[in-house]
Design a protein around this ligand. Sequence first.
Ligand code: ADP
Ligand code: MG
Length: 304
Amino acid sequence: MSIQTSNISKLFGKQRALDQVSISVNNGELVGFLGPNGAGKSTLMKIITGFLRPDEGELFVNGKKITSDNLEYKKDIGYLPEHNPLYPDLYIKEYLEISAGFYGLKNVKKRVAEMVELTGLGIEQHKKIRALSKGYRQRVGLAQALIHDPSILILDEPTTGLDPNQLEEIRKLIREISREKTVILSSHIMQEVEAVCNRVIIINRGKIVADGGIAEVKSGNLGQKQVVFAEFKESVSKEQLLAIGGIDSASLSGNIWELEAATAVDIRPAVYSFAIENKLILLTLVQKQQNLENVFHQLTQQQN
Ligand code: ADP
Ligand code: MG
């Protein structure tokens, strides 16, 4: 199942919680919405799940435009809302049976047993929700979201508040589930998205500020500054390097030149050609990998 939003905006009073958001998530992807608190992640998720209507723009599911009279696609979405609202007085199985009933599923008992198995609720399955730890409550939330075997899963901050062991277990579970489904999760923690997702969409103040593979976003190769390290066997002057197209600054530390360029085009081929043309031996040529945290701060601290 694929999802596209086209120039979606959402206003709360005068505030633009989402501003012209266009994203496209393909079938089978595991995508993270990353952004500081208040960025608009939950709002975008609610619009995708059909719980909230955008004020401007359009939502397409499998290429089909969604309007108020074709919301059947909602049956194919599993949604774990932020704060995972559960009913503490219900037993796990009761809650899951009610969830299954909501979708009109047959063989409810069998389906509930399958979900208990899949989400690792086995040893706790006879307890009331009230008695569960946060990690197990998240498992119940995931079981609820998966009960009708949706092809897309929307998980709003699924790992917030978990301890390190629970965190690793829930991440593993999400990765397993994502083998068969399209998964979108949100987080305000970069390590989280880095650990789980293949692709990251960074949202800040209602706008998309980066969208790409984790490695691509980390390389900074998104139109911002890029840094390349180059080492030549022979000595090379700064002026020679600055004459290479795209390079804005060059500084030498030890034998290694740090070359900066404010372009999205990879400057390594130009540096390589420069070496060949000048009969220089190039010993090192690598792009500096920024960590996602730096990229995130760079992108989310810019004032609009
Ligand atoms: P995130 O999930 O990234 O933390 P949200 O999507 O929850 O961000 O919120 C985006 C902005 O919209 C925030 O400033 C929030 O206060 C505002 N907002 C969200 N929902 C409502 C609402 N129902 N009424 C008014 N403002 C809202
Ligand atoms: Mg949120």
